[in-house]
Design a protein around this ligand. Structure first.
Ligand code: IVH
Length: 701
């Protein structure tokens, strides 16, 4: 293969990898509210993907994350889903002031620019029908969102009805206001303090806290947390004014919460002054901001500039670089995670960063420390991105107060000094560092797989954080779903010596639980009821709950279908296992190793004696053969059931749910907004589309 073909292959692979990574990051950010990438890391990856897609136009794909906004629609949705009247888009963004100036230069001459703060919360669309606030819809996937009206009603500054007098008795029949819902810093900190006291997981930042709050089912709790809102966009018919600014002014007069920080600018210099002023001044605001939004003021110019698939061309966001500080690295300690990964932690001289005192930060892994050549006593740069755990981003060999000579990922140009995209600087101490050889929790000898950056403690069954991690996984919703047994309770019962392994859960006595601080009779009853109910959980989920490495939910289902009991699985050979779809050598090896360990066999035996479903239930066999032999693709969004439910319906009626359309596809169960690629393929191959109503009728007949 010549060099160019090789580069091309690598870049095409990179497109696929980036798409996967960004989808995953979107899901974790919008649905789980647990960001795994900082905003900056996300934006850099997105940029790279955009550039690569431009270079390989044949790989264009309408479902690429470059083509749609992230979705906050989760699996089991408890809110009514509403289709937006106008799609809810995102904004193009840049960390580079040069790029912002370039964007301004390309606009028609003499356009006015409205500068606004970019509030860091989540977007909301408020619908006023005949003067009444009737819906408050989250962005969702940009096309459909969740109606969280009852929660929005707790925000006192949002009018629940329009004052007819202001409109001379003629309130508009429809008006839509869009804006950002926020949790002010003070309320965020109070909430996290409460959660810390109750040993509940902390919110990483006010955005995640606002998002988690807006999705609560209990408006009283929402009210207690104290959300806030700023509105920045008005839509509807026959609206007053010819400019964006005039509209926001009207909205303010009508009683809507509009920020005072909005300015109309007439030159690039004015825009840059606004950016510089707020870069510092924003630190004194009661709410989080992550940039500045620039919008073309004149509405007809906006219209002629138009939109891309994802963003308006008439607006752009300048994102502030993440805040960083330098401080002294006192010591490196090591933390063992719930999966056995050992993470080096920097213990720092306390330093103020984004409003909080930072004393600990992650150093990621051995390679990171080696590449930086970092040693205890160094002056280091610490940065807080979107995550709660700050990171060390570089060493600072100059005396305190000077500019950094070495840093990673904090440059105002995203392509410079990023891990993986440029060489790292070294302070000459590279050779001096060695990662510990034994686990700081249990003393086992650490191992490092060839293709992994992390060192792991292999003592799965004897290392405290791993034992607790296994229990957490076992009781989790998709596994045994034992209500009431959360992380804190597991920690507590483990510390009391009542839980050593997942099998001990079934030996818990009411009095053991009830006598624990913060638990009592009611919690004990609740936990025991959850444990009892878990005995009905089907074999496939029990298999998933066992926590065999790399055996995820879907793989467990496939294995459980082939091996319908734990006895048969226990004796399965590598060949038999790898014959199952999705089971490769490594997974097969992990399963075999699991059942070779006598301690696991003992756990499995105890679970069986406790009454868990260790074999497939005959009754779970197909309820009909109506779909026998049919390969069915599910695409789009549905009103009556979730995708998972439709998948299950297909399976229990003898059909097979497949991911992509081919000539073997029997029909497509098509919801709203079906993917354009699938639609095109279905048309080309002449495959029938079936609506959800038709599908349900078919099954019910
Ligand atoms: S205008 C079509 N203005 O930033 C224009 N958005 O990264 C839509 N945001 O989804 C957005 N402050 O949630 C606009 N002053 C502001 C904003 C703002 C925060 C959020 C908004 C949007 C996201 C894009």
């Amino acid at each position: 293969m010549d060099l160019f073909t090789e580069i091309e292959d690598t870049e095409r692979d990179e497109i696929r990898t980036l798409r996967k990574e960004l989808e995953e990051a979107n899901y974790k950010y919008y649905v789980l509210n647990q960001p795994t990438l900082s905003d900056r890391e996300f934006d850099v990856k997105m940029r790279r993907l955009q550039d690569l897609e431009k270079a390989y136009p044949d790989m264009a794909d309408a479902s690429s994350p470059t083509q749609h906004v992230g979705s906050d629609l989760g699996g089991n949705n408890k809110f009514a889903s509403i289709t937006h009247r106008y799609p809810m888009l995102s904004l193009a963004n840049s960390y580079s002031q040069d790029e912002i100036q370039e964007w301004l230069h390309k606009l028609p001459a003499n356009v006015e620019i409205v500068c606004e703060l970019k509030y860091d919360g989540l977007s909301i669309s408020l619908w006023y029908e005949n003067g009444l606030l009737t819906h408050a819809v989250t962005r969702g996937d940009g096309v459909r969102g969740d109606d969280v009206l009852n929660n929005i009603r707790t925000i006192a500054t949002i009018p629940t009805h329009l004052d007819a007098a202001i409109f001379g008795g003629n309130v508009p029949s429809f008006l839509e206001l869009r804006g950002e819902v926020l949790l002010p810093w003070a309320n965020f900190e109070r909430l996290n303090q409460e959660r810390e006291a109750q040993e509940e997981p902390l919110f990483a930042n006010p955005r995640n806290a606002a998002s988690g709050t807006l999705k609560l089912q209990d408006p009283n709790e929402v009210a207690r947390r104290g959300l806030a809102c700023y509105l920045y966009y008005m839509l509807g018919e026959n609206l007053p004014g010819k400019t964006h600014y005039e509209r926001l002014q009207s909205a303010q007069q009508w009683g809507f919460p509009i920020s005072d920080a909005i300015r109309v600018c007439h030159s690039i210099d004015e825009v840059m002054d606004y950016i510089h002023y707020w870069d510092t001044e924003r630190k004194n605001l009661p709410v989080a901001t992550d940039g500045i939004v620039l919008k073309v003021n004149d509405l007809s110019t906006q219209q002629s500039l138009g939109y891309t698939a994802k963003t308006p061309r008439w607006a752009i966001a300048y994102k502030f670089p993440a805040e960083k500080q330098h401080t002294r690295l006192r010591a490196i300690t090591y933390q063992v995670g719930r999966t056995g990964v050992v993470t080096p932690v920097a213990n720092l001289d306390p330093v103020q960063l984004s409003g909080t005192t930072v004393q600990r930060a992650t150093l990621h892994n051995e390679d990171f420390i080696r590449q930086l050549g970092i040693v205890e006593g160094d002056e280091v740069w610490v940065e807080k991105g979107g995550e709660i755990i700050p990171k060390i981003t570089g060493i600072c060999p100059l005396p305190a107060g000077d500019l950094p000579a070495v840093f990673i990922g904090t440059s105002s140009e995203p392509h410079r000094n990023l891990i993986g995209t440029s060489q790292l600087h070294c302070n000459g101490a590279e050779h001096a560092y060695s990662f510990p050889t034994t686990c700081p929790e249990c003393g086992a000898r650490l191992v490092r797989m060839e293709d992994e950056a992390a060192w792991r403690c292999p003592n799965e069954l004897g290392c405290p954080p791993q034992i607790k991690g296994k229990m957490e996984h076992f009781v989790s919703r998709k596994a045994m779903n034992i209500d009431g047994l959360g992380t804190e309770t597991i920690d507590l019962l483990y510390a009391q010596g009542l839980l050593h392994s997942i099998a001990d859960i079934y030996d818990l006595k009411k009095e053991d639980i009830a006598k624990q601080e913060r638990l009592g009779d009611k919690s004990a009853d609740n936990i025991l009821a959850g444990i009892e109910a878990s005995k009905q959980v089907p074999w496939a989920r029990v298999l998933f709950a066992l926590g065999i490495r790399m055996v995820g939910e879907t793989t467990a289902k496939k294995i459980a279908r082939r091996f319908t009991s734990v006895e048969t699985l226990q004796w399965a050979t590598k060949e038999e296992l790898t014959a199952i779809e999705d089971v490769g050598d490594q997974i097969a090896e992990n399963i075999i190793q699991y059942f070779l360990d006598i301690r696991n066999l003992e756990i499995v035996n105890r679970l069986r004696s406790a009454g868990l479903q260790m074999e497939a239930d005959e009754q779970a066999q197909p309820v009909s053969n109506k779909l026998a032999g049919q390969s069915i693709v599910i695409s789009g969004t549905f009103a009556q059931h979730s995708r998972d439910e439709y998948k299950a319906m297909i399976e229990i009626n003898g059909g097979k749910n497949v991911g992509s359309v081919s000539k073997k596809t029997s029909f497509i169960l098509a919801g709203e907004n079906m993917g354009p690629e699938k639609l095109k393929k279905a048309e080309t191959l002449g495959i029938q589309l079936m609506s959800e109503e038709e599908f349900l009728t078919l099954l019910n007949d």
